[in-house]
Design a protein around this ligand. Structure first.
Ligand code: PBE
Length: 317
């Protein structure tokens, strides 16, 4: 467990310095002026301003900056390339942390970038961003995040089952934890602070649940910023009840497989109905779906506000 958190901590620390660099550039008027002069020069080199604005494809090398290949938003982005007939485009896989670093870098340099995005996410609080419109619906509608547990958990660990069944919060709650982690706090510590600051909500999840004596429970998750937040909060609440909690980070399809095959006890990271539809269907019947722990999540292509294009359709040219 420590290893995973250390890695995440390093990634969070790295993106923090990039965020600071970005803020510095935004706040410093001289730098901004210099940067816009540079942009004008570039525009002059390339032709008219309109042409440059319309050339977001060329500027980003016809590449969408993605995250881990197993993420549902990656499959949806590939689907979008098909739906909008963007044959020259590709989706570049990386990781949740590398994507936000690339986004921070691009914004610091006022360069265009298109990323696979989602919310809840801290990046909307830190940067001026927008979703590309998606008239074809490649990225689906608003989604819910579900809690899935292994079959038999209710019988084996009724206390944990009850907490997992009760776990429910809002996008703003998740973003609060995410923001703190992005600012450099260790995920476990950020979760601790949130749990301590939100006793009323947490006591609804643990209402009438008896304490246990060091029973082992394993939560599976993927190291997406949103799921680092939710998994740590649930782990903190369970450990306060007396559980010995292990959190295991893995690829998305493996996370579903782990719960289906009883290698993990639970996960709080199933985005439905569309994002994880494939994985959900692959293992249906081999897990218990405890329903939504968060409503109104969303995925799509995200760009800085200053990118002139507004819709995925605008990439067709
Ligand atoms: N995400 C965050 C995940 C689900 C949670 C949107 C990156 C995905 O695309 O699978």
């Amino acid at each position: 467990m420590m290893k995973t958190w250390k890695r995440v901590g390093i990634a969070a620390g790295l993106s923090l310095s990039l965020v600071l660099a970005a803020c510095g550039a935004e706040e410093d008027e001289d730098t901004t002026e210099e940067a816009s002069e540079e942009t004008e020069e570039n525009v002059a080199d390339e032709g008219s301003e309109d042409e440059a604005a319309g050339n977001v494809g060329e500027e980003v090398d016809y590449t969408i900056t993605g995250i881990d290949a197993g993420a549902g938003v990656m499959a949806a982005a590939e689907q979008a390339l098909e739906d909008y007939e963007l044959e020259d485009w590709s989706v570049q896989p990386s990781s949740s942390a590398a994507m936000t670093s690339a986004l921070d870098d691009a914004i610091a340099n006022e360069e265009p970038i298109i990323v696979t995005g989602w919310n809840p996410h801290w990046k909307f609080a830190v940067h001026d961003l927008k979703y590309f419109e998606d008239p074809e619906g490649s990225f689906g509608e608003a989604e819910d995040i579900h809690t899935l547990v292994r079959n038999g958990l209710e019988e084996d660990m009724p206390e944990a089952y009850q907490v997992l069944d009760n776990f429910h919060w809002e996008g703003e709650d998740m973003e609060e934890v995410m923001l703190e982690v992005n600012e450099g706090t260790e995920p476990e510590e950020a979760a601790r602070t949130w749990v301590d600051d939100n006793e009323d909500m947490v006591s609804e999840w643990t209402d009438g649940v008896e304490e246990v004596d060091g029973e082992q429970i394993t939560l599976a998750f993927v190291a997406w910023d949103s799921e680092i937040a939710s998994t740590n909060v649930v782990a903190t609440v369970l450990s306060d009840l007396g559980y010995e909690v292990e959190t295991n980070s893995m690829e998305a399809p493996i996370m579903f497989g782990a719960v289906a095959e009883n290698e993990a006890d639970a996960m709080v990271a199933a985005w439905l109905p569309a994002t994880h539809e494939q994985y959900y269907n692959d293992y249906e019947g081999e897990f218990e779906d405890l329903g939504a722990n968060l409503e109104g999540a969303k995925i799509g292509l995200v760009v800085p506000e200053y990118v002139e294009a507004d819709s995925i359709e605008d990439l067709q040219q």
